[in-house]
Design a protein around this ligand. Structure first.
Ligand code: SAT
Ligand code: MN
Length: 590
């Protein structure tokens, strides 16, 4: 297959210099300047198929869809290889791996030297955020991976628009990605916040290499947000429309693989006639105080990189529609007619499949057909419930912030913080059981403040301070809530049915924000009483079950508060005193 060497399509001197320097370092044989056009998409997709990077799926069933299999050792984010490189260790803080910028640059430049000999370096300019939003930022990723190029064009507003937004400015994120031989010992995801630079080596897995996402939009973004007075958060954004047409916007932080995509695309149960959920984003929110004192949010992304297993027409119909075309699937299973399958897609698995590693699979096989962290990358414009406000440069005003983790015990279904400072404490003391989204043991409870533990680009104690400080600019602050969809009963069964039924919790939250729902005061915060919570039309879930899902055990909570100490002590030298005080207050209330 012939590929023309793309022509340089920007006049920005800083971009051209940097690209040439990096191409020189990597000894790239060719430079391909991406423009984001349809013709380019077709060219590169065909090339990826010819090179075996993508498999063309059944175009009758899945038009425009392709399949990618990653290296079996390269299937999730690697937190142990992720670095924040600042002048002092203190700036990065005790929750991040730290290295001196100079040392990390020389190590990674040595790894990248010659890495693209005989290969093409793709120059991928992209926007994080809607066109013409003051919150929008430009990134450029240099990569030797066609999979990255084609995924970035789904996940971001990629192409010429980015150069237009950038103009003559030098203010862009510098991302360099070299796959190398994908061996784990050469795997580094290094962030240089001061230089607005990211270098990623030795991986080709989404979260490690789609640099606009976790690396720029969260780690570098959180650092820029602190300096510039805004927040970069691991949050979905949705709009709730009531039967009267009233719209309320909500942002929610759950750790990876804890249901952000499902919540952002939720379909209310039949009993909720006239209620609609509109999606703004499913993973990342950039939020800034507006001139009216409200907090405004944009989704910097333009696609969804969601977990496939468990996604079905029952759990997330809007996602199923979204991923029915123009989607890149990674590490799911294949049917003989080149359709995709994963655990939880439908009740009965097909009689034969090719599993995510490329091996024949039958329902008798011991291993899973799809990797638990197998993913889809789909354009948000496919979502039937994409909010019309998604491209609004001003963003949407946020009325509620919801924190939530995956906890099988202790944490009630829903409660509301007393005020902003208490809410920051609730977010800061959040915890969750680990999932397959990151390499390592699954199911272990760990503190994951604001679901940002793997994504905060500076000292987490300072991050909490930033949250507290923002209250001065946010004179009409969102109310803060905490939810837990994952609590189990003594038989190990989920207490709460979740998915669309989460609408009931969301309705109470919305009505609380609007001053229309009642609540009872508890040591943890405000909780809905049975009369405040809409249980109508639920078969098995009654007020007794609700009480069990909401139960607060003093013994469990004393243990919970004690286990918060581990993180708080770790962060102690930078921990705002307000949070220590909030913890004391909670102990006193308990
Ligand atoms: O793999 S990603 O980091 O892109 C998704 C996630 O873990 O939240
Ligand atoms: Mn995420």
């Amino acid at each position: 297959m012939q590929m023309k060497n793309g022509k340089c399509n920007t006049q920005n001197g800083a971009v051209i210099n940097w690209v040439n320097r990096m191409a020189g370092l990597c000894c790239a044989e060719k430079i391909f300047w991406c423009d984001g056009s349809e013709a380019e998409k077709e060219l590169l997709t065909n090339l990826a198929v010819a090179e075996g990077i993508l498999i063309k799926l059944n175009q009758e069933k899945l038009p425009g869809c392709y399949y990618h299999r990653s290296h079996p050792s390269d299937v999730a984010r690697v937190e142990q290889c992720t670095y924040i490189c600042t002048d002092t260790e203190e700036e990065a803080g005790p929750t991040n791996n730290w290295a001196l910028p100079k040392q990390m640059y020389s190590k990674l430049h040595a790894l990248c030297a010659g890495a693209m000999a005989g290969k093409t370096m793709y120059v991928v300019p992209y926007l994080m955020g809607p066109l013409d939003s003051p919150l929008t930022k430009v990134g450029i990723e240099l990569t030797d991976s066609l999979y990255v190029v084609l995924s970035m064009r789904i996940m971001t507003r990629m192409g010429q628009v980015a150069y237009e937004h950038l103009g003559e400015s030098e203010d862009f994120n510098h991302g360099l990605h070299c796959m190398l031989d994908l061996s784990p010992d050469k795997r580094f995801i290094a962030h240089f916040p001061k230089d607005n630079t990211i270098i990623s080596t030795g991986s080709n897995y989404g979260g490690n290499v789609l640099l606009g996402k976790k690396c720029f939009a969260l780690r570098i973004g959180s650092y820029l947000g602190r300096n510039e007075g805004w927040l970069a958060e691991h949050m979905l954004i949705l709009g709730v429309e009531s039967p009267t047409g009233e719209k309320t916007f909500v942002a929610a932080a759950f750790p990876s693989a804890c249901g952000k995509t499902n919540f952002a695309m939720m379909i209310p149960p039949p009993h909720f006639t006239g209620w609609k959920i509109w999606t703004i984003g499913d993973d990342i929110a950039w939020m800034k105080p507006g001139p009216d004192g409200q907090l405004y949010a944009i989704n910097p992304e333009s696609g969804y990189f969601g977990v496939a297993p468990g996604t079905s027409c029952q759990t997330n119909l809007n996602a199923m529609k979204t991923i029915s075309r123009d989607t890149i699937y990674t590490n799911v299973a294949l049917t003989p007619d080149l359709d995709v399958w994963w655990e939880g897609k439908d009740e009965t698995p097909p009689p034969e499949l090719i599993d995510w590693k490329g091996n024949p699979w039958t329902p008798e096989s011991k291993e899973k057909a799809a990797h638990p962290n197998s993913r889809f990358a789909a354009p948000m414009t496919n979502n039937p419930m994409l909010a019309p406000e998604v491209n609004d440069p001003a963003g949407v005003p946020i009325s509620a912030i919801i924190f939530g983790g995956r906890r099988s015990t202790t944490i009630p279904l829903v409660y509301s913080a007393f005020n902003w400072i208490h809410g920051v404490y609730v977010g800061a003391s959040m915890s969750s059981e680990t999932t397959a989204a990151a390499v390592g043991a699954v199911g272990q409870v760990r503190r994951d403040p604001m679901a940002m533990l793997p994504f905060c680009g500076y000292n987490m104690g300072d991050y909490f301070k930033h949250w507290l400080n923002l209250r001065k600019l946010v004179t009409i602050p969102p109310r803060i809530f905490h939810v837990n969809w994952f609590r189990k009963d003594d038989d190990g069964k989920f207490l709460w049915p979740g998915f669309g039924e989460n609408m009931r919790v969301l309705k109470w939250i919305i009505e609380r924000c609007r001053g229309r729902a009642g609540a009872n005061e508890t040591p943890l915060g405000w909780v809905p009483g049975p009369q405040d919570f809409d249980l109508e039309g639920m078969d098995e879930f009654d007020s007794e079950r609700l009480a069990a899902a909401q139960r607060m055990s003093m013994d469990d909570w004393k243990r919970e508060v004690l286990s918060q100490d581990e993180l708080f002590i770790k962060l102690y030298s930078h921990l705002p005193k307000e949070l220590i005080f909030q913890r004391e207050l909670l102990v006193a209330r308990l």
